[in-house]
Ligand binder design. Structure first.
Ligand code: SF4
Length: 400
C-alpha cells in the first residue's frame, strides 16, 4: 500500500517506571528480567508480519509511544535497528520517541541522534513539584528542565507535554510552567486539561474527597493563557491541544487527523487502513470467523479501524494475533469522520467538502451556537468551539 502521504507507523511500548496517578494508558512496570527484551522480539515479529503483508514499504513517519519507550534503554536501539531492517522508511521520515525525564540520561540522547531519531517528545507535564506530586509523576521539575535543555543542546527537534487544570494548580504556577517551557526552546508544546479517568488512583482520591475535582472553568482559563503565552512566543496552536513553531508540527499526529493510513504495533495499539487492504490481510490471515469472532464489514466499507488486545502477556505470547476489534466505515461515515477530525485542526475544513457530505446544516447550527465560523472558503472552530471541542465533534458525528 502506498499513497502520496505514505503510511504512519506507531510502536506502542507498554512499560513505565511506575504508574502515574491519572494514567489509564496501556502500560505497567516490566515484570522480571528480560520482559523488555521479549517485548522487543515480539514487536519486531509483528512488524515483520506487516512487512510480509506488503504494508510497510513506504513509511513516512515512525513514532514510539507508550508507556515510556526510553525505559527500554539499549533495547530501544535494538528495536529501532530491527525496524530499519524490516521497513522502508522514507529518506525524510520523521522518527519520534516519547520519553520521560527520569529515563532520559544525556548519553541516551546522543545515541538517539546517532541512530536517526529526529524528534523527542518529553512528558514534562509541569514545572511545579507540587503539581507533579498530585499527578504521581516520578520526576521533579529540575530534572525535567535539565533534560529539556539537554535536548535543546543536542540540536534535535523536541516537544514538551504540559497538563493544566490539576487540583491545587494555581494560575501563577501554570504561567510559570508555560514560561519555563517556552524558555527551553521547545519547538512543539502540547497542552492537555487533566481528565480524571475511572479506576485510576486519582479517580479514587477524588471519589473519597482526598483530592478536589478538577474545575473545567479553571482548566479553560489555563488553556486560554497557554494560547496567549505560546502564541506571543511564536508557538502557534495548529490543533486542539497542539502548538508548534512554524514547520515544527508533528507530522505523525497530523497523519491521524488527515486520513493517512496508519499501523499500530504493540499491545492495545490502533490501526487504520483502506478497507481493501484490510480485507486482503484478513482473508490471507484467516481473521474472519471462528475462532476470532471478527466478521467482514459491510460490502461498501472503505476504511477499517482496528486494534489489538491490550493485555501485555498475551501480546508477548502471540504478537501477530488478529485484531480484538474492528470498525468498518462506509464512504459517508469516512467523510463525516474526516470533517470531524479536520475541525480539530486550526485550518478547519473546506466549505465544498462539507456541502458534498451533506453536513452544511449541522455546521450552520454549530455556527449559530457560536462554536464554528466561516473564514473564506473554510469552516473552523471559534475560541468557544475550541474550548467545547467534544460538543463540536460529537454533534458532527451525530449529524445533529
Ligand atoms: S509515564 Fe505516561 S504512560 Fe507511563 S504511567 Fe505515566 S502517564 Fe501513563
Amino acid at each position: 500500500m502506498s499513497s502520496s502521504s505514505g503510511t504512519a507507523l506507531y510502536v506502542h511500548v507498554p512499560f513505565c517506571v511506575a504508574k502515574c496517578a491519572y494514567c489509564d494508558f496501556a502500560s505497567r512496570t516490566p515484570r522480571g528480567e528480560g520482559e523488555m527484551a521479549t517485548y522487543v522480539d515480539a514487536a519486531l515479529a509483528e512488524i515483520g508480519a506487516w512487512r510480509e503483508r506488503g504494508l510497510l514499504s513506504d513509511v513516512s513517519t515512525l513514532y514510539f509511544g507508550g508507556g515510556t519507550p526510553t525505559l527500554l534503554g539499549g533495547e530501544l536501539l535494538r528495536l529501532l535497528a530491527g525496524i530499519r531492517e524490516r521497513v522502508t522508511l522514507r529518506a525524510d521520515a520523521e522518527t519520534t520517541v516519547e520519553t520521560n525525564p527520569e529515563t532520559t540520561p544525556p548519553d541516551l540522547i546522543a545515541r538517539l541522534v546517532e541512530v536517526g531519531v529526529t524528534r523527542v517528545s518529553l512528558g514534562m507535564q509541569s514545572f511545579d513539584d507540587g503539581v507533579l506530586a498530585t499527578l504521581g509523576r516520578r520526576h521533579d521539575a529540575a530534572t525535567a528542565e535539565r533534560v529539556a535543555l539537554a535536548l535543546a543542546a543536542s540540536g534535535m527537534r523536541f516537544a514538551l507535554d504540559l497538563i493544566c487544570g490539576v487540583p491545587g494548580q494555581s494560575i501563577a504556577s501554570w504561567r510559570e510552567s508555560l514560561e519555563r517551557a517556552i524558555a527551553t526552546g521547545a519547538g512543539h508544546v502540547s497542552v492537555y486539561p487533566l481528565s480524571v479517568e475511572e479506576g485510576t488512583p486519582l479517580w479514587r482520591s477524588v471519589a473519597v474527597g482526598r483530592v478536589s475535582e478538577p474545575d473545567p472553568d479553571v482548566a479553560a482559563d489555563m488553556m486560554l493563557l497557554a494560547e496567549e503565552l505560546l502564541s506571543a512566543a511564536g508557538i502557534f496552536r495548529y490543533e486542539t491541544a497542539n502548538y508548534a513553531r512554524p514547520g515544527e508540527e508533528s507530522r505523525h499526529n497530523t497523519a491521524y487527523w488527515t486520513g493517512v493510513p496508519y499501523i499500530g504495533v504493540g499491545p492495545g495499539a490502533h490501526s487504520m487502513l483502506p478497507a481493501a487492504a484490510f480485507d486482503r490481510v484478513a482473508l490471507a490471515e484467516g481473521w474472519y470467523g471462528e475462532p476470532w469472532d471478527l466478521a467482514p464489514g459491510a460490502a461498501d466499507a472503505v476504511r477499517v479501524r482496528f486494534s489489538v488486545g491490550s493485555d501485555i502477556a498475551s501480546y508477548l505470547h502471540r504478537p501477530t494475533c488478529p485484531p480484538a476489534a474492528a470498525s468498518f466505515l462506509t464512504a459517508e461515515e469516512v467523510t463525516t469522520e474526516d470533517i470531524m477530525l479536520g475541525l480539530r485542526m486550526v485550518a478547519g475544513v473546506a466549505l465544498a467538502g462539507v456541502e458534498d457530505a451533506g453536513l452544511t446544516g449541522v455546521l450552520e447550527s454549530l455556527t449559530r451556537d457560536g462554536l464554528l465560523e466561516q473564514a473564506g472558503e473554510r469552516w473552523r472552530t471559534t475560541q468557544r468551539g475550541w474550548l467545547l471541542g467534544n460538543e463540536v465533534f460529537g454533534r458532527v458525528l451525530d449529524g445533529a
